[in-house]
Write a protein that binds this ligand. Structure first.
Ligand code: F0G
Length: 475
């Protein structure tokens, strides 16, 4: 039996390893190697731990003590203050830029819109991270591993937020050079501006995100560049902490529902692993349900899980429906298409892990169209903290599930708002505009017909009396 001190001193890296998620394979690899798939069977990898040789706090509330150590950057971080629950790196290798200082807000007006009782709807604002999205939770973890591996360059394909986050970590720490792959045309200016401003080598390929994702994996392998997309299992370890902070903000009470937008399905996968582990440690006694919300124009998870009945099934996933659907997308040249550009993804790399999360968390998948997304986004924005379109899919999804009776009015619901409002101001301005041409160009072309919750600017002549009259009339 190791003493508490011995446990703490044992090298963390010895007690963590990479493990294939396929239970029929279960191959393991040490953490001092860079992998995005299993050498033996090609499946995704998890980070696993020898928990019985590690010091895990006895109660979740023990983490509150970390607040008192805020002058230590590792404890200031909203990710690394939970280091004991992702103990793959020694302290001296940890990278942090102060990520994870995010908020959970009770939002009654949004709750009213969704249809749950007052006090029951909470919004988790991950857009408050340094680069403006939840990605920083995972990036600091992947970056820490890259540092352990002494990587000099790091790459990702991105719809914009991963690349902004990678570019920020590279420029703020000066530990690595960022190489980012983006598709042509789709990335919002807020996100592109970050990558350019922070000095990332930006490769815009003639294709969409799914094409860029395929290419970056080939290039990373060929050139030995460290890949930080969510196929990187270390990244998802960092993203588990979003759930720890949600529980912390709810005074360690488990909500009934976690609702999250689904793109590459990294978040949902990480959340499932977080709850699997918390349950196994005896730190919680029940697991919330999970709702993964696709945009209707990028609905692979919905199609496979809800329409074709594909399940994790203890790791024995029936692959034929997945292959059939991929073949169909190839044959018909189906491309993802939604105003929620962050989740405009048809080939989610974490599909299998997400299926596992859906099993562990008794989950559901839904799709919402661009109209529903933008209306929900306006409702969130009217509450004073905004979000980008993809994030609002969670609120639109919660509303749909409430309408279906899957979510009850008395359920406690947490919607994850993944990205900051200022990431994509075009969508917001086009929704609220009085300029019909702008509306049609940005939104009408995507099937959005009306802006029911628009807050329109009033046009007045440059005359004091007219201005005063207008203000008296409208305020
Ligand atoms: N919300 C936002 C704001 C995102 O940027 C993303 C993904 C998602 C949701 C989907 O999350 O992949 O974990 O299901 N953005 C990636 C990127 C793909 O490149 O920035 P997921």
């Amino acid at each position: 039996m190791l003493s508490q001190a011995e446990k703490h001193n044992a090298s963390r890296t010895d007690l963590a390893f990479q493990r294939c998620i396929n239970p029929a394979c279960g191959a393991t690899f040490d953490t001092h190697s860079i992998r995005t798939s299993c050498d033996r069977c090609g499946d995704l990898l998890d980070i696993a731990y020898e928990w019985d040789r590690l010091a895990v706090p006895k109660r979740l509330s023990d983490f509150e003590a970390m607040w008192s150590q805020r002058t230590n950057p590792i404890r200031f971080s909203g990710v690394w203050r939970f280091h004991e629950l992702l103990p793959f790196a020694p302290q001296d290798k940890i990278v942090t830029v102060g990520e994870g200082q995010t908020l959970l807000q009770q939002a009654d007006a949004v709750g009213d819109y969704v249809g749950v009782n007052a006090g029951n709807l909470h919004l988790q604002y991950e857009g408050m991270n340094p680069s403006g999205s939840f990605k920083d939770n995972g990036m600091c973890a992947a970056f820490t591993h890259a540092r352990m591996m002494e990587a000099k360059r790091a790459a990702c394909a991105s719809t914009g937020n991963t690349s902004a986050s990678l570019a920020l970590y590279c420029s703020a720490t000066r530990l690595m050079k960022a190489v980012i792959f983006i598709g042509s045309g789709r990335i919002s200016y807020g996100k592109l501006s970050q990558a350019l401003d922070y000095g990332a080598l930006t490769v815009q390929i003639a294709g969409d995100f799914d094409d860029a994702m395929l290419r970056v994996q080939q290039v990373a392998k060929r050139l030995g560049i460290y890949l930080v997309n969510s196929v990187n299992p270390f990244r998802l370890e960092g993203q588990k902490t979003v759930m720890y902070r949600v529980l912390e903000a709810l005074r360690w009470e488990v909500p009934d529902w976690i609702v999250v937008p689904g793109g590459n399905l990294g978040n949902s996968s990480a959340f499932g692993k977080a709850f699997m582990e918390l349950k196994a440690h005896g730190l919680i006694d029940r697991v919330p349900r999970l709702a993964v919300i696709n945009a209707a124009g990028a609905d692979t998870a919905y199609e496979l899980f809800e329409r074709r009945g594909v399940r994790w099934n203890g790791g024995h996933i029936e692959m034929d429906p997945i292959r059939d659907y991929n073949d169909r997308m190839d044959r018909e040249g189906l491309k993802a298409d939604t105003i929620a550009s962050a989740i405009e993804i048809n080939r989610p790399v974490n599909l299998k892990k997400c299926l596992r999360a859906l099993e562990v968390m008794d989950g559901v998948v839904r799709q919402v169209d661009d109209q529903e997304i933008l209306d929900a986004k306006a409702k969130v924005g009217a509450g004073g903290f905004g979000c980008e379109p993809a994030s609002a899919a969670s609120v639109a999804g919660a509303k749909l599930l409430r309408r279906e009776g899957v979510i009850a009015p008395s359920d406690r619901v947490v919607c994850i708002l993944t990205g900051h409002e200022l990431k994509d101001p075009n969508a917001t301005v086009a929704y609220h505009t009085t300029d019909q041409d702008l509306f049609n160009q940005v939104l009408g072309s995507r099937g959005v017909r009306k802006a029911s919750f628009a807050n329109r600017a009033i046009a007045v002549p440059n005359e004091l009396d007219d201005i005063i009259k207008a203000i008296e009339l409208y305020s």
